[in-house]
Design a protein. Structure first.
Length: 254
């Protein structure tokens, strides 16, 4: 009988490596502060990791370390998800270097943990704005690859016609970028201005304003009415509300 070859064990299975993130990102993922705020806090010497002051915002973290901020335990915050009807004239920022009013003035006295804007609306724009401390959820909505649709009602000077609508759908090149809309419809039209409903599945800086300007139309008002299936509805200007569990789940892409 031929001899059997000696038993050769297969390669040992290895446990997946624990992901390692920088300190500032861990602070953000725990919903304690934004990543940029975490960088600032670390550099100011206000963060301790396992009892030691860490000034490097990129200090590698496995995620299980004990973090203290200003001497107090920095526990993960409960997730918060908010929809706001942003008024025109407010800046979407926690602080503005020019001293302008921000959307956070609408949250004063609410006793909320840190929350950051999910995407942007410029100062002159209004309507539906999301804020959350769940940075993974937020990234799933804002990343271009997920193509979460945003719908806007836009008032323009002049009288756009079918050719304008087609051009918006086909796209125009402006400052080296191709700007286009996913869907466009004419809501109503007067002698001097008109209202369009415009849907985007990506959002470049001042996307709609630049797209329409390239076609010869100035935007007078821009109101975001929906993000995905979440609509602004009857939420009054300047007011906000917590999202339901079903609304949060419907927008989750990660």
């Amino acid at each position: 009988m031929p001899r059997q070859p000696p038993y050769a064990p297969g390669p040992r299975s290895r446990r997946p490596a624990t992901p390692v993130f920088g300190l500032a990102r861990v602070l953000s993922k725990r919903g304690i502060c934004s990543r940029s705020q975490g960088e600032k806090l670390a550099r100011e010497g206000r963060v301790r990791v396992d009892g030691k002051i860490i000034r490097d915002p990129e200090f590698p973290m496995a995620g299980h370390e004990r973090i203290e901020l200003d001497g107090a335990a920095a526990e993960s915050a409960a997730p918060v998800y908010i929809a706001m009807n942003k008024p025109r004239g407010l800046v979407v920022s926690a602080a503005d270097e020019r001293g302008r009013d921000t959307v956070y003035s609408l949250l004063e006295g609410a006793k909320l943990p840190w929350i950051g804007p999910v995407g942007r609306l410029d100062k002159a724009s209004e309507g539906l704005l999301l804020l959350s401390n769940d940075t993974v959820w937020a990234a799933g909505i804002t990343e271009p690859a997920t193509h979460v649709a945003k719908t806007y009602h836009v008032q323009v000077e002049g009288q756009p016609d079918e050719a304008t609508v087609n051009a918006m759908l086909e796209g125009v090149v402006e400052a080296g970028e191709t700007l286009r809309a996913t869907a466009v419809s004419l809501l109503r039209q007067g002698e001097r201005n008109a209202w369009l409903e415009v849907t985007l599945d990506e959002g470049r800086n001042r996307h709609i304003r630049r797209l329409l300007a390239a076609l010869g139309f100035d935007v007078r008002r821009l109101l975001r009415t929906a993000i995905g299936d979440l609509v602004l509805g009857e939420l009054a200007k300047g007011q906000w509300r917590h999202l339901s569990d079903a609304e949060v789940a419907a927008l989750r892409r990660r």
